[in-house]
Design a protein around this ligand. Structure first.
Ligand SMILES: Nc1ncnc2c1ncn2[C@@H]1O[C@H](COP(=O)(O)OP(=O)(O)O)[C@@H](O)[C@H]1O
Ligand SMILES: [Mg+2]
Length: 242
Protein backbone atom coordinates (compact mmCIF):
# COMPACT_ATOMS: atom_id res chain seq x y z
CA UNK A 1 0.00 0.00 0.00
CA UNK A 2 1.23 3.49 -0.79
CA UNK A 3 1.90 5.97 1.97
CA UNK A 4 1.67 8.86 -0.47
CA UNK A 5 -0.96 8.64 -3.22
CA UNK A 6 -1.49 11.60 -5.48
CA UNK A 7 -3.83 11.21 -8.41
CA UNK A 8 -4.29 13.91 -11.01
CA UNK A 9 -3.76 16.76 -8.56
CA UNK A 10 -3.72 20.45 -9.38
CA UNK A 11 -2.57 22.99 -6.82
CA UNK A 12 -2.75 26.76 -6.73
CA UNK A 13 -1.41 29.31 -4.29
CA UNK A 14 -3.91 31.42 -2.40
CA UNK A 15 -5.29 34.13 -4.67
CA UNK A 16 -3.77 32.64 -7.85
CA UNK A 17 -6.06 31.05 -10.42
CA UNK A 18 -3.20 29.60 -12.48
CA UNK A 19 -2.24 26.17 -11.14
CA UNK A 20 1.42 25.54 -10.29
CA UNK A 21 1.18 21.74 -10.13
CA UNK A 22 -0.78 20.31 -13.04
CA UNK A 23 -2.29 16.87 -13.39
CA UNK A 24 0.31 15.20 -11.20
CA UNK A 25 0.14 11.53 -10.23
CA UNK A 26 2.65 9.97 -7.85
CA UNK A 27 2.77 6.94 -5.55
CA UNK A 28 5.32 6.39 -2.81
CA UNK A 29 5.46 3.30 -0.63
CA UNK A 30 7.27 2.10 2.49
CA UNK A 31 11.04 2.33 2.57
CA UNK A 32 11.41 4.22 -0.70
CA UNK A 33 14.26 6.67 -1.17
CA UNK A 34 12.75 9.29 -3.45
CA UNK A 35 14.72 12.04 -5.14
CA UNK A 36 12.92 14.95 -6.80
CA UNK A 37 14.99 16.74 -9.42
CA UNK A 38 14.39 19.39 -12.05
CA UNK A 39 15.16 23.04 -12.80
CA UNK A 40 14.37 26.02 -10.58
CA UNK A 41 10.67 26.91 -10.41
CA UNK A 42 9.69 23.44 -11.66
CA UNK A 43 7.35 23.09 -8.69
CA UNK A 44 9.45 20.81 -6.47
CA UNK A 45 8.84 22.74 -3.26
CA UNK A 46 5.18 23.13 -4.19
CA UNK A 47 4.93 19.35 -4.57
CA UNK A 48 6.25 18.82 -1.03
CA UNK A 49 3.78 21.39 0.26
CA UNK A 50 0.96 19.67 -1.59
CA UNK A 51 1.86 16.38 0.06
CA UNK A 52 1.42 17.83 3.54
CA UNK A 53 -1.49 20.08 2.77
CA UNK A 54 0.24 23.45 2.97
CA UNK A 55 -0.88 24.43 -0.55
CA UNK A 56 -4.43 24.20 -1.74
CA UNK A 57 -5.19 21.18 -3.91
CA UNK A 58 -7.95 22.30 -6.26
CA UNK A 59 -8.53 19.07 -8.20
CA UNK A 60 -7.64 15.40 -7.87
CA UNK A 61 -7.17 12.92 -5.08
CA UNK A 62 -4.46 13.11 -2.41
CA UNK A 63 -4.09 10.53 0.33
CA UNK A 64 -1.12 10.63 2.71
CA UNK A 65 -0.63 8.33 5.72
CA UNK A 66 -4.24 7.23 5.33
CA UNK A 67 -5.69 10.74 5.44
CA UNK A 68 -7.36 12.78 2.73
CA UNK A 69 -4.99 15.74 2.44
CA UNK A 70 -7.71 18.05 1.13
CA UNK A 71 -9.84 17.51 4.22
CA UNK A 72 -7.41 16.53 6.97
CA UNK A 73 -4.20 18.47 6.36
CA UNK A 74 -3.72 18.90 10.09
CA UNK A 75 -3.72 15.13 10.70
CA UNK A 76 -1.34 14.61 7.78
CA UNK A 77 1.13 17.16 9.15
CA UNK A 78 1.29 15.32 12.47
CA UNK A 79 2.58 12.25 10.63
CA UNK A 80 4.86 13.91 8.10
CA UNK A 81 8.31 15.33 8.81
CA UNK A 82 9.15 18.37 6.69
CA UNK A 83 12.57 20.01 6.63
CA UNK A 84 11.86 23.26 4.79
CA UNK A 85 14.13 24.93 2.26
CA UNK A 86 14.02 28.51 3.45
CA UNK A 87 13.77 29.24 7.12
CA UNK A 88 14.77 32.27 9.08
CA UNK A 89 15.04 32.66 12.81
CA UNK A 90 15.23 36.11 14.30
CA UNK A 91 18.48 36.41 16.33
CA UNK A 92 16.33 37.02 19.42
CA UNK A 93 14.11 33.92 19.00
CA UNK A 94 13.83 32.83 22.65
CA UNK A 95 13.86 29.04 22.12
CA UNK A 96 16.87 26.84 22.73
CA UNK A 97 17.89 24.02 20.42
CA UNK A 98 16.59 21.56 23.02
CA UNK A 99 13.17 23.29 23.06
CA UNK A 100 12.92 23.47 19.27
CA UNK A 101 13.72 19.75 18.97
CA UNK A 102 11.21 19.00 21.73
CA UNK A 103 8.52 20.84 19.72
CA UNK A 104 8.81 18.00 17.23
CA UNK A 105 6.93 15.93 19.83
CA UNK A 106 4.01 18.32 20.26
CA UNK A 107 1.88 16.76 17.53
CA UNK A 108 1.91 13.53 19.54
CA UNK A 109 0.85 15.14 22.79
CA UNK A 110 -2.81 15.63 23.49
CA UNK A 111 -4.15 19.09 24.19
CA UNK A 112 -2.60 20.49 27.40
CA UNK A 113 -0.73 17.26 28.05
CA UNK A 114 2.79 17.55 29.37
CA UNK A 115 5.63 15.76 27.63
CA UNK A 116 6.40 12.31 29.00
CA UNK A 117 9.70 10.61 29.65
CA UNK A 118 9.55 9.04 26.17
CA UNK A 119 9.17 12.47 24.58
CA UNK A 120 12.30 13.78 26.31
CA UNK A 121 14.09 10.59 25.32
CA UNK A 122 13.10 10.96 21.64
CA UNK A 123 14.32 14.58 21.61
CA UNK A 124 17.58 13.58 23.27
CA UNK A 125 18.06 10.76 20.79
CA UNK A 126 17.50 13.10 17.83
CA UNK A 127 19.99 15.64 19.22
CA UNK A 128 22.58 12.90 19.67
CA UNK A 129 21.91 11.43 16.22
CA UNK A 130 22.48 14.75 14.49
CA UNK A 131 25.47 15.48 16.74
CA UNK A 132 24.35 18.84 18.14
CA UNK A 133 24.67 18.11 21.88
CA UNK A 134 26.92 21.17 22.24
CA UNK A 135 24.15 23.43 20.86
CA UNK A 136 21.36 22.10 23.07
CA UNK A 137 21.24 25.05 25.47
CA UNK A 138 21.92 27.77 22.88
CA UNK A 139 19.07 29.83 21.48
CA UNK A 140 18.38 28.96 17.87
CA UNK A 141 18.62 32.51 16.51
CA UNK A 142 22.29 32.73 17.53
CA UNK A 143 23.33 29.68 15.49
CA UNK A 144 24.79 29.61 11.96
CA UNK A 145 22.63 28.58 8.99
CA UNK A 146 24.16 25.10 8.92
CA UNK A 147 23.63 24.63 12.66
CA UNK A 148 20.00 25.76 12.38
CA UNK A 149 19.54 23.29 9.54
CA UNK A 150 20.77 20.50 11.81
CA UNK A 151 18.37 21.61 14.54
CA UNK A 152 15.47 21.48 12.08
CA UNK A 153 16.52 17.99 11.01
CA UNK A 154 16.66 16.89 14.67
CA UNK A 155 13.22 18.48 15.26
CA UNK A 156 11.78 16.34 12.48
CA UNK A 157 13.58 13.18 13.60
CA UNK A 158 12.21 13.64 17.12
CA UNK A 159 8.79 13.64 15.55
CA UNK A 160 9.35 10.02 14.44
CA UNK A 161 7.38 10.70 11.26
CA UNK A 162 5.83 8.14 8.93
CA UNK A 163 7.25 10.02 5.94
CA UNK A 164 10.13 12.50 5.83
CA UNK A 165 10.15 15.34 3.29
CA UNK A 166 13.37 17.34 2.90
CA UNK A 167 13.78 20.38 0.67
CA UNK A 168 17.41 20.97 -0.38
CA UNK A 169 18.63 19.67 3.00
CA UNK A 170 22.29 19.58 1.98
CA UNK A 171 22.63 23.15 0.77
CA UNK A 172 23.67 24.61 4.14
CA UNK A 173 25.85 21.70 5.21
CA UNK A 174 29.55 20.99 4.79
CA UNK A 175 30.80 17.74 3.31
CA UNK A 176 31.04 15.73 6.52
CA UNK A 177 27.60 16.89 7.70
CA UNK A 178 26.17 15.85 4.33
CA UNK A 179 27.63 12.38 4.65
CA UNK A 180 26.32 12.18 8.17
CA UNK A 181 22.82 13.20 7.10
CA UNK A 182 22.87 10.67 4.25
CA UNK A 183 23.64 7.94 6.80
CA UNK A 184 20.72 9.05 8.99
CA UNK A 185 18.37 9.08 6.00
CA UNK A 186 19.51 5.65 4.89
CA UNK A 187 18.71 4.33 8.38
CA UNK A 188 15.20 5.79 8.14
CA UNK A 189 14.66 4.12 4.77
CA UNK A 190 15.96 0.80 6.05
CA UNK A 191 13.52 1.09 8.94
CA UNK A 192 10.71 1.44 6.38
CA UNK A 193 10.15 5.22 6.54
CA UNK A 194 10.03 6.65 3.02
CA UNK A 195 12.00 9.84 2.44
CA UNK A 196 11.41 12.39 -0.30
CA UNK A 197 14.34 14.70 -1.00
CA UNK A 198 14.39 17.70 -3.30
CA UNK A 199 18.03 18.10 -4.21
CA UNK A 200 20.60 19.18 -6.75
CA UNK A 201 23.37 17.18 -5.06
CA UNK A 202 23.28 13.70 -6.53
CA UNK A 203 26.84 12.62 -5.87
CA UNK A 204 26.46 11.46 -2.26
CA UNK A 205 23.42 9.23 -2.75
CA UNK A 206 23.49 5.83 -1.01
CA UNK A 207 24.08 2.76 -3.14
CA UNK A 208 20.45 1.61 -3.26
CA UNK A 209 17.60 1.79 -5.77
CA UNK A 210 16.39 5.37 -6.04
CA UNK A 211 12.85 6.35 -6.96
CA UNK A 212 13.64 9.31 -9.19
CA UNK A 213 11.06 11.93 -10.08
CA UNK A 214 11.98 14.74 -12.46
CA UNK A 215 9.73 17.79 -12.66
CA UNK A 216 9.35 20.61 -15.12
CA UNK A 217 6.75 23.38 -15.24
CA UNK A 218 4.57 21.80 -12.59
CA UNK A 219 4.47 18.37 -14.16
CA UNK A 220 6.36 15.13 -13.71
CA UNK A 221 8.46 14.44 -16.79
CA UNK A 222 10.12 11.29 -15.46
CA UNK A 223 9.15 8.81 -12.74
CA UNK A 224 11.44 5.78 -12.58
CA UNK A 225 13.39 3.47 -10.31
CA UNK A 226 17.12 3.49 -11.01
CA UNK A 227 20.52 2.89 -9.43
CA UNK A 228 21.98 5.85 -7.52
CA UNK A 229 24.84 6.23 -10.01
CA UNK A 230 22.37 6.86 -12.85
CA UNK A 231 20.43 9.67 -11.15
CA UNK A 232 22.62 12.63 -12.11
CA UNK A 233 22.75 11.63 -15.78
CA UNK A 234 19.01 11.03 -16.05
CA UNK A 235 18.12 14.35 -14.41
CA UNK A 236 20.54 16.23 -16.68
CA UNK A 237 19.27 14.54 -19.84
CA UNK A 238 15.59 14.93 -19.08
CA UNK A 239 16.14 18.58 -18.20
CA UNK A 240 17.92 19.15 -21.53
CA UNK A 241 15.04 17.70 -23.51
CA UNK A 242 12.59 20.37 -22.34
N1 LIG B 1 3.90 31.31 -2.14
C1 LIG B 1 3.77 31.35 -3.48
N2 LIG B 1 2.78 32.06 -4.06
C2 LIG B 1 2.64 32.12 -5.39
N3 LIG B 1 3.44 31.47 -6.27
C3 LIG B 1 4.45 30.73 -5.76
C4 LIG B 1 4.66 30.64 -4.34
N4 LIG B 1 5.73 29.82 -4.14
C5 LIG B 1 6.15 29.45 -5.37
N5 LIG B 1 5.39 29.98 -6.33
C6 LIG B 1 5.56 29.78 -7.79
O1 LIG B 1 5.40 28.39 -8.06
C7 LIG B 1 6.30 27.97 -9.07
C8 LIG B 1 7.06 26.76 -8.56
O2 LIG B 1 7.87 27.16 -7.46
P1 LIG B 1 8.60 26.14 -6.53
O3 LIG B 1 7.67 25.06 -6.15
O4 LIG B 1 9.23 26.92 -5.43
O5 LIG B 1 9.73 25.56 -7.51
P2 LIG B 1 11.11 24.79 -7.19
O6 LIG B 1 11.08 24.38 -5.76
O7 LIG B 1 11.12 23.65 -8.15
O8 LIG B 1 12.19 25.77 -7.48
C9 LIG B 1 7.19 29.16 -9.41
O9 LIG B 1 6.72 29.72 -10.60
C10 LIG B 1 6.99 30.09 -8.24
O10 LIG B 1 7.09 31.42 -8.66
MG1 LIG C 1 12.26 24.89 -4.14
Amino acid sequence: MSIIELEGIYTAYEGDDKPIIRDLTLNIGRGEYVVIGGPNSAGKTTLLESINGLVKITHGRANVCGFDVRRSGHDVRKKVGYVVQNFYFDPFTPFTTQQVVMMGRYGRLGLLKRPLEEDYKAAERAIRLVGIEDLAQKTIGTLSGGQQQKVMIAHNLAKEPEVMLLDEPFSNLDFSAREYLQAILLDLVKGGTPIVIVSHAFDGLPDIRIHLVVMNEGRITKDICCPAQAVEDIVRKSSLKQ
